[in-house]
Design a protein around this ligand. Structure first.
Ligand code: B4P
Length: 188
């Protein structure tokens, strides 16, 4: 099994590159952002709770997200590997993921961490917000908060996998094609 974490701040290209990578490598794509947005669309209790956090630019509570990941892994036990996109975003989520994967004897192989400067992140997200209808991408203050939350709560997760020797840093300011080529080079 090949288990990859695609990591980086909001707007760094995680979702964009995950879509390209699953096509090339035939892996299962698990995006907590997509799963949460589907719950919101379906107006489930989980979705209603999550919306409160997402609209404010905050992280959804760990237990909610970990439960979703666990269910998704259980229902795809034959996958030949997984790209985790937008998860884990806290140390508690990383520890829970390691425990879930230890049980399956299929640990994380690599964390690919995308790096993009704050101004470019905000520009990309506002551009997406203009057409996608995503409310969390439309307000510059909410976007700034998401980037702050990333720095304070999420960036330590890179160090967590760094100490396991699994962290690879990838520059993500080039075009989508440039960044994809760098990711593929690293995986091969
Ligand atoms: P996510 O859905 O994970 O959203 P994201 O970080 O904004 O997106 P991503 O990084 O994938 O977007 P991409 O750059 O590909 O999370 C949304 C919210 O859900 C979070 O704020 C949080 O509240 C909640 N949540 C999700 N997971 C959670 C968890 N584990 N724990 C707690 N809460 C959680 O795309 C952005 C734009 O940039 C696109 O328009 C794209 O076309 C463009 N782009 C990408 N690469 C580009 C490039 N190289 N050049 C130019 N534009 C580019």
């Amino acid at each position: 099994m090949l288990n990859i974490i695609l990591f980086g701040p909001p707007g760094s290209g995680k979702g964009t590159q995950a879509t390209n990578l699953i096509e090339k490598y035939g892996l299962l794509h698990i995006s907590t952002g997509d799963l949460l947005r589907q719950e919101i669309k379906d107006e489930t209790p989980l979705g209603l709770e999550a919306k409160n956090f997402i609209d404010k630019g905050l992280l959804v509570p760990d237990d909610v997200v970990i439960g979703m990941i666990s269910a998704k892994l259980d229902s795809n036990s034959n996958a030949k590997g997984v790209i985790f996109d937008g998860f884990p975003r806290t140390i508690a989520q990383a520890e829970a993921l390691d425990r879930l994967l230890e049980f399956k004897k299929a640990p994380i192989n690599i964390m690919l961490a995308l790096h993009v400067n704050d101004d470019a992140l905000a520009e990309r997200l506002l551009k997406r917000g203009a057409t996608s209808g995503r409310t969390d991408d439309q307000d510059p203050a909410i976007i700034r908060r998401r980037i702050e939350v990333y720095k304070n709560e999420t960036s330590p997760v890179a160090n967590y996998y760094g100490t396991q020797g699994k962290l690879v840093n990838i520059p993500g300011e080039g075009t989508i094609e440039d960044t994809f080529a760098l990711l593929v080079k690293e995986l091969e």
